[in-house]
Structure formats: C-alpha cells, structure tokens
Design a protein around this ligand. Structure first.
Ligand code: ZN
Length: 676
C-alpha cells in the first residue's frame, strides 16, 4: 500500500514541525500541554548490564521470535486469519475474536526490538505481514478478520467481538512502527480504519453510543492524533469517555454480548467515579486512555477522577505484587456481577486471586501516564513493583511459557484448573494460551521498558527505573545529553550514573527514591550531594554538570517482613518477604518432599539472608531463612485447637516472578507468622 497524497502532505507538514522535543516516544507527548515528564525517544536508552539487559536479551532472542513462530504458524492463528481475509488462503477465522489485536501487539514488540538492535530481517518480516494486513483491509477501512471471515456477523453489532480492542492495538502498533521506521505503510492502514470510526462513532447516535468495552482505542486514537495532527481523533477519543455512563443501564440491541453496568464501567460516568469497578483490564485500559486525553485537554474533572481511581486501585485493591483484578467471578461494590476484575476494597484472596497478566501490565501503563502528567515518583514505584513481580510472573524464565492468572498461592488438588475449556487459571505456565491477550502484552512491555526508564523534565532528566544502561537523548531545550548508568539493581542497591555529554548550564537530574528506600544516600563526585532525599519522591540534583561527573545513589536493601492492612482478612497474622522492589515466595522444591505449602509457618524473628547465585534460575538473589513445618494433618472443616508440633527447617525463598520454573509446585507469598 502506498501513502495517499493527503497523508504524504500531512507527514511533510509534521516533519517541518519537528521541534527540539522528542517526537518518537512510546507515547509521543512532546507537544502535550498537560504533561510534566515527557517521553524520551524509543532507542535513546539501551540496557547494557544487569537485570533488564538480561531480560531484554531473552526477549530479543527467544520471547519475540518464539511468539512469532506461534502466531505466524499453525499453533496460533493470527497471520492465517489475515491471509484468509486477504484472499490468500482458504479457511475460516480461528482463535479468539481479539486475535488480530494480539498480532498487532506482537508487531509492536518486534519493532521495539528492532529499535534496539537494527536487525533489518525483523523489519523485512514485519513489512511483509503489513502487506498482508493491508490486503485484508476493506476499501472503507474496516479491518476485523473475526467478522470479515464469518458471514453470520455484522460489523459493530456485538461489543464482545472486540472490534474496538483490535482497532486500538492497531493504532498504537502502527504509530510505533512509524516512529521507529519513518515508514507509513502500517500507519496508512491505521488512518484508514480510524477514519471509518470517525464516520460511524463521532456523530451522536444511540446505535453506537454504548459500543465497545475493552477500550484500547482511546489510547490508540490519542496516539494517532499525536502522530498525524488530526484533531478529530482526539475528539473521538474524548467521545468514547463521555459516552460511558451517559445511557440508561439496560440490556438492549446495543449491548449484545457482554454484561452491562459496572462490569464495563458504564454505570458511573468516569468523572464521577470514586471506585475502580468491573473487568480490571477494561478499567485500566480505559483509565490509561483517559490520562492520555487529559494530557491534551487539561480537563480538571478528568484528572481528579483519575487521581481518585489510581488511589483506589493502588491503595485498596492491589496485591503486594502490584497485581490487580482480585476475582475471576464476583461482584462489584454496587453488587453487580463482574468477571476478571475488581471486587470490594481490601478483599484480597490469595489462592483464587485472578490477577490477569494484562491487568497487571495495564496497571503499569496507567501509572506511566500518571507519572508523565504529575511528575511524581510514586507512579514509577508502581510501574517498578508491577514489572519485577506480577508482570514478569506471566512468563517463564526461558521466555516460552505463560501464566494468564497470577495468584499469590498455589495449593495442589484444591481446584480443577482444567474444568474450563479455555485455560486462564493454571497451576503451571502454558506454552500457548487459546486466549492469547496476555503473552504479547507482556512481551511488548519487556521489549519497551528502556523507553520508560528515563523521562525529560522541564530542565533536565528523571531516572524512573534503575539498571545498567546508556542514555543518549536531547533535553527539552534541544541540548544533547549522554549518561551511563552502572547498576546490578535490584540485587544490589547501588546505582552509579556518569555524565558523558551535556550542556554547560545547570540542569536537573531527578533520581527516584523508592517508597521503601528510607535512608538512601546520594553522592556527587564522591561527596554528599546536599539535597533533600525523601523516600517516595524524586531527589533533584541541580548543578552545572560536566563530562565525567558522577552520581552515586545507595539504596538500603534490607530484607523486610511485610504485613497487610488489618482489613485484608486473607493475610491477617501473615507476612510476605520483600527486598527492594522484589516480592518473594516459598515453593515446593525448597521444602521436604512430603511437606504441603499450608504446613509452612514463618517465625517472626527468622534470620533472613540474601544470597546472589548467578547459576540459579537465570541469576537472582534468593533469601535463606528458617521456617517451621507443622506435621499433623487436621481433617474436617473445623477442629479444636491443640498446641502444634513444630519442626524447624532451613530453606530459601525465591522471587515471586521466578516461581514455577522447577516443575509443578505449591507456592505461597504470604505465610502465617509465629511470634517469638
Ligand atoms: Zn490478558
């Protein structure tokens, strides 16, 4: 597909508009008026050593290629669906109705890898797939293989058919492809599809007013607005927000396919919402999209609502791993049935926690946008918490097996995990999931984390995420900045940043002091930086920097026993182990063969010692310590208590993200405490 004359002209105008601001970020907020911390360009930061460098390498060498072999082969169906819709192959649509979206996410992941390694083979393949996608697109811009390949379905008749979801991922992926390559072959497809949405959904209409529920299209439309300058895309994004909660809650021909009300965040208009409700993925994509709209419009009612919702999610409904969406099936606070989502505040079951990998990833996406808007480090704390724990737990260490649900406890023989045809809750990671939304969502995130690591402030740069890396970027005034970061974080709490190139005038380097890092110190060229250091905020070091200057941040990495709020019944008198941002768990391979996870108790004074082993589970720090095992098995639902017989046992705790990499196991993050 070749770009039309209008679009060429549009891109030409945009090239002329290129200012000093970075236009090629993961979200392009260079010109967004209501953003405090702006994106660096994709590729400005590269991991060089340590945790994320290792993960990116697995992502580049295994996660992305392996996933490509699934989606472009016979296991997944994504590419075949596009080929069939393009008339290149015979056969029906296969897989879930959101499978097109899964493919777009995988293309996005491939592009982040390409931005880092410049491997032209990746781009060649992606462009070949884009050619097929273009052939599948209808003349009017419509592009949904799940509908096009099924004569029984009408377009935009059933909101469960995920058309908006697929469109949103198309828009985002196409914008990323354009920003990295400068090519418009994918962007043209997105624009053609978005223009169809404008024609159908922008006019006031009862028929389409409640359409869509998994609203990635809001983020996608804002990004498309930022890429093309077409204000109608922003207008439509805002309309999708305004429509929610506007119509009477009832089932009718416009709500085919999915529950109404809280489940799809349509009972309460967003600007009036105080409580995160409904499907957690739907909610967080929606909030993230609304944060993108706020970045452009600056509407106070919108950001105040998002502030309340962020507080509600992270302060009352989030697990210690950063995971969200407590229940597979349950009820909202308004007592409406919900699936895969938020239930009451402080209701945090461990064994049955749903915590879809997508929901956890979306929690970090929402927080990244709030970090940009407010410029406060607490948002990056949540991003980090999610990334190291409940995001990474979604994929095996070798990068080929996936968890959809991420519970905090696994007990064998208590649930029939395979009673449902589409396995979403599983005791072990699966090499393929029929419902494949999570794997590419997680892999594209691992591929892009370097783009989240730094942001640009008014007169400087913020360090959001730590890890060995180089940064070559331009500050917002257009001057060049180059930094080197050396760190073995999160296994060690030391971060050394060296200035390699910068302007002569003074500027800020903002260092995130995590909320758990009380007692951190900062040295500049070996001497106390003399700045305020407060856990849970950015420390700002302003001075005229010069080449060779260095900053050393030392964060205390003691092992902590963490308790839950007493209102969380499920963890009363239990504790979890945390060191830095890493949440630990105990699992069967570290217990005697006959021991059950429910027999394990944790003495409150257990001496807990971190130990790094390069050859254990991909290289990580585990925690050595003593637990008590209780042997007598109690039958029946209740029994009179008797003094237990304890057996001390020396064991180790592994990071939660690394569990289930040594065969099928029982596991628990929280353990009952014995107070000594
Ligand atoms: Zn998912």
């Amino acid at each position: 597909m070749t770009p039309g004359k209008t679009s060429l002209l549009l891109y030409g105008i945009f090239l002329l508009q290129l200012s000093f601001a970075q236009e090629h970020g993961i979200i392009n907020n260079a010109e967004s008026p209501h953003v405090t911390l702006k994106s660096i360009d994709i590729g400005d930061c590269k991991w060089t050593e340590g945790f994320w460098a290792d993960k990116f390498k697995i992502c580049e060498e295994t996660m992305v290629p392996y996933m490509g072999s699934l989606l472009c082969g016979e296991t997944g169906h994504a590419l075949n669906n596009f080929k069939r819709a393009a008339g290149l192959q015979e056969g029906p649509h296969k897989g879930m109705k959101w499978h097109d979206g899964d493919f777009y996410k995988w293309i996005e992941a491939s592009m982040y890898v390409y931005a880092q390694n410049g491997d032209e083979e990746i781009l060649k393949k992606v462009d070949e797939y884009i050619r097929i996608i273009a052939m599948a697109q209808q003349e009017d811009g419509y592009l949904q293989t799940q509908i096009q390949l099924n004569d029984q379905f009408e377009s935009y008749e059933n909101r469960r058919f995920h058309e908006m979801y697929n469109s949103g991922h198309l828009f985002t992926s196409a914008c990323i492809h354009y920003r990295i390559t400068g090519q418009t072959n994918f962007l043209d497809i997105a624009v053609k599809q978005a223009d169809l949405l404008l024609a159908l959904f922008l006019p006031e209409s009862k028929r389409y007013g409640r359409f869509g529920f998994n609203q990635t299209q809001i983020m996608g439309l804002v990004e498309l607005y930022r890429t093309t300058g077409n204000g109608s895309y922003l207008e439509l994004a805002q309309k999708f927000i305004d429509n929610r909660g506007k119509y009477k809650i009832e089932y009718n021909e416009t709500t085919l396919g999915y529950p109404v009300g809280d489940m799809v965040q349509e009972r309460t208009p967003l600007r009036e919402a105080n409580e995160a409700v409904g499907h957690a993925v739907l909610a967080l994509y929606y909030y993230a999209g609304a944060a993108d709209v706020y970045a452009e419009t600056g509407e106070q009612a919108l950001i105040l609502a998002l502030d309340r919702l962020w507080d509600n999610v992270t302060g009352k409904k989030m697990y210690i791993t950063g995971a969200v969406g407590q229940a597979h099936y349950g009820a909202s606070t308004n007592r409406e049935l919900i699936q895969e989502g938020f239930i009451d505040a402080y209701m945090m079951p461990n064994l049955t926690a749903y915590n879809e990998t997508c929901a956890n990833v979306c929690n970090s996406m929402f927080s990244y946008r709030m970090l940009g808007v407010h410029g406060e480090s607490k948002y990056a704390d949540i991003m980090e918490l999610v990334l190291y724990n409940s995001a990474l737990s979604g994929i095996s260490l070798e990068g080929e097996d996936y968890f959809y649900a991420n519970p905090l406890r696994m007990v064998n023989d208590t649930r029939d995990y395979h009673s449902h045809a589409n396995v979403t809750e599983s005791p072990v990671r699966e090499p393929y999931l029929n419902c494949f939304c999570c794997p590419p969502n997680l892999v594209r995130t691992i591929a892009k984390i370097s783009g989240w690591a730094y942001s640009l402030s008014e007169n400087g740069v913020s360090v959001n995420l730590y890890g060995g890396s180089t940064l070559k970027t331009s500050l917002l005034d257009g001057t060049e900045l180059s930094l080197g970061q050396e760190s073995l974080y999160p296994w060690e709490g030391s971060v050394k940043i060296t200035v390699r190139k910068c302007k002569k005038e003074a500027f800020d380097i903002l260092l995130r002091i995590p909320e758990w890092a009380d007692g951190s110190t900062i040295l500049v060229n070996g001497k106390d930086a003399g700045v305020e250091i407060s856990a849970g905020s950015f420390a700002i070091i302003n001075r005229p920097w010069k080449k060779g200057d260095n900053l050393t941040l030392e964060m205390p990495m003691e092992v902590k026993l963490m308790a839950g709020n007493p209102r969380i019944e499920e963890v009363r008198n239990q504790a979890a182990i945390k060191r830095g941002p890493i949440v630990y768990c105990i699992e069967s391979p570290d217990l005697p063969e006959e021991a059950k996870i429910l027999d394990v108790y944790l003495p409150s004074d257990s001496e807990l010692t971190p130990i790094y082993q390069a050859d254990f589970l991909g290289g990580l720090t585990s925690i050595l310590g003593e637990v008590y095992l209780r042997h007598e098995t109690e039958e029946g639902l209740y029994h009179a208590i008797k003094k237990p017989q304890w057996e001390p046992y020396s064991t180790r705790f592994v990071p939660y993200y690394a569990w289930s990499n040594r065969g099928r196991a029982e596991m628990s993050v929280f353990l009952p405490l014995i107070w000594e």
